[in-house]
Design a protein around this ligand. Structure first.
Ligand code: CTP
Length: 396
């Protein structure tokens, strides 16, 4: 087996959301995790083990006392094998059993015997979920270090509306992937990332903006989160979903981004400014909608704040990383910005390339450092580039 392959033991308990566990497992399989499923008796009333066996590509475990398929004691070997245990869906019953120290079937004994992190994804009727006994059990287990993925609110299978719905399966698999990410070198670090465009407003309905999709900044924020950092993402308007586990602050204008960045700057270890900030704003903002009374319309613009330059002036311990979006003289312009803005690193990208840059999923950049290093990187996905970037940043 692949040496770096991580093992997730998935405990499946008997709730109607059982079918969604299949999708979580399928997503984790696609990310190359080794999955071993343990089903409770009631889970098997909903879906047969064969379905889980096919999706996980491993024998499904359910019975403590079934014919031994190996010499090992099953719950102990599963408990040891697990890099992480995910209980999905987690019923009030399994949460209650673990909280009370009851180990009377294969799943509860495995949870009791493991030293790996255990993550519960509860899904149940809203009255059950909000029952103080269940809440006390969750509270008790959380204090003991067990993790809980909070259920969503919405229409439940029983027709009730409220808390108790299993969150989106990509959200659950994303959390597991993040917890098992191979690098955790940013643990204890604070990382601030800016992303997306800003708007320069003309009147209450009109603005000028740019083509930034925000993808690069979001990938950087997610990479930092997965490596263990506490991440603040200050983002202009984008179409991207808000990443989990990140302090996301939405802004529109240069001024709003500036204020949010300054409010959070002092505590940061690394600041990456991937946002495409508007350099100019209309000299006069019209409080009322501009009417089309004239044949021509002229607008005068004034320079707005260079946020990164401001940060370069006030930085203390922070490692400052900027981006240089260039259409010509890439390196020369990027070097100029590196010096002018007092940066530690600058990521130079050619925005005229068709298959990389702004809205693309890929990027091809050169990273320059204040100590004179110049690293030409191959074309790669924005997420790979984010990984590379934190590999390059010297935290010493
Ligand atoms: N930046 C900023 N505030 C601005 C403009 C840019 O913080 N008002 C930051 C960007 O987030 C980026 C870096 O400065 O990290 C360089 O941005 P870029 O648009 O490439 O360059 P500019 O400084 O705006 O210079 P020019 O438009 O002349 O290329």
């Amino acid at each position: 087996m692949d040496k770096c392959k991580k093992t997730v033991v998935v405990g499946v308990t008997g709730g109607i959301a059982v079918y969604k566990a299949l999708d979580v497992i399928s997503k984790l399989k696609k990310k190359n995790f080794d999955i071993h499923v343990v089903m409770t008796k009631s889970a098997m009333e909903f879906v047969t083990p064969l379905t889980f066996q096919t999706i996980s590509q491993n024998i499904v475990n359910s019975d403590m006392f079934s014919e031994p398929r190996a010499w090992e004691i099953q719950h102990i070997s599963l408990a040891k094998k697990a890099d992480l245990m995910l209980i999905v869906p987690a019923t009030a019953n399994i949460i209650g059993k673990v909280a009370s120290g009851i180990a009377d079937d294969l799943l509860s004994t495995t949870i009791m015997a493991t030293k790996s992190p255990v993550v519960f994804a509860p899904a149940m009727n809203t009255n059950m979920y909000n029952n103080p006994i269940v809440q006390q059990n969750i509270d008790k287990l959380s204090k003991l270090g067990y993790e809980f993925i909070k259920p969503d609110s919405g229409r439940l299978a029983c027709g009730d509306i409220g808390d108790g719905k299993l969150p989106d399966t990509s959200f659950i698999s994303g959390i597991i992937e993040s917890m098992l990410y191979d690098k955790k070198d940013l643990k204890g670090k604070n990382v601030l990332v800016t992303a997306g465009p800003t708007l320069a407003c003309i009147d209450p309905v009109r603005y000028i903006t740019n083509k930034s999709s925000g993808k690069m900044g979001y990938c950087i924020a997610e990479e930092a989160r997965d490596r263990g950092a506490k991440v603040t993402l200050i983002s202009g308007p984008t179409k991207l979903p808000i990443p989990f586990g990140i302090n996301h602050i939405g802004v529109n204008t240069n001024r709003e981004m500036l204020n949010a960045v300054l409010d959070n700057f002092d505590s940061q270890d690394i600041v990456v400014k991937a946002a495409a900030v508007a350099d100019y704003k209309p000299k006069v903002y019209s409080d009322i909608k501009i009417k089309k009374s004239e044949d021509e319309l002229s607008l005068n613009f004034v320079k707005d704040t260079d946020i990164l330059k401001r940060l370069g002036e006030i930085k203390t311990k922070q490692i400052l990383v900027g981006f240089a979006a260039e259409s010509n003289d890439l390196i020369k312009n990027a070097e100029g910005k590196l010096k002018r803005k007092n940066l530690d690193y600058i990521v130079a990208n050619n925005i005229t390339a068709v298959d990389t840059g702004f809205a693309s999923d890929d990027n091809k950049v050169t990273v320059l450092s204040k100590t004179g290093e110049k690293l030409d990187l191959l074309k790669m996905s924005k997420r790979q580039l984010a990984r590379k970037l934190f590999d390059i940043i010297d935290l010493a």
